[in-house]
Design a protein around this ligand. Sequence first.
Ligand code: URA
Length: 233
Amino acid sequence: MNIGSRSEVKGLLKKGQILVNGIQVTKPEAKVDEHSVVVTFKGKEYRYRPYVYYMLNKPAGVVSATTDDYDETVLDLLRKHLLMRNGGEEAGIPINDVFPVGRLDKDTVGLLLLTNDGELSHRLLSPKKHVPKTYYVETNEVLYEDMRLNLEKGVDIGDEKLTKDASVTVIGDKKYQITITEGRYHQVKRMFGAVGLKVLYLKRISMGRLVLDDSLKEGEIRELTGEEVEALC
Ligand code: URA
């Protein structure tokens, strides 16, 4: 949990600096139940959590990567968020293990899940699982009904195969919502491009059963609730 190395922690135990469920424990060999134990060190409580899950409303201009030589990354945003909230690490989880689940383009905004749960990430991104992703789209021109139906049936975006069935609804003037179950590179922009339109604004609003919290402003992050994690898993 990032308190110290094995030998440092042994030293802390011997000095009586560690409480286990409120009781001072000095023996390194003491057994605990990692699912329920509360360890206290310097007044701070630690509960073992193997995984963390954050929802980010990604702003434009930030890249969906863990590191980048030029641009700010979504992990930089998470670091700032944790620093503001609790002075750094999240309950001892090394931030370097956290990554974004899939990618949004630099200019795309909206829902991005950040986690260290590789298995969940794999399930959400696996092409075999057909996890639906819904985007709000604004375009340069009107999408006429025949074009909308084409998008729903599948269009040629220059890959080997046409895109899979999608669902496209009209929200307003040059404003649409599209749900796709694939995750091809620049997929939504290329799909609208295939029917002759340019995407001017793109925002992801859901991924599987996880829906962007509309009280989160662009750039803001919050942890998923227990229900949200359960729904996703
Ligand atoms: N489709 C795109 O074209 N861009 C994204 O960022 C996500 C989906």
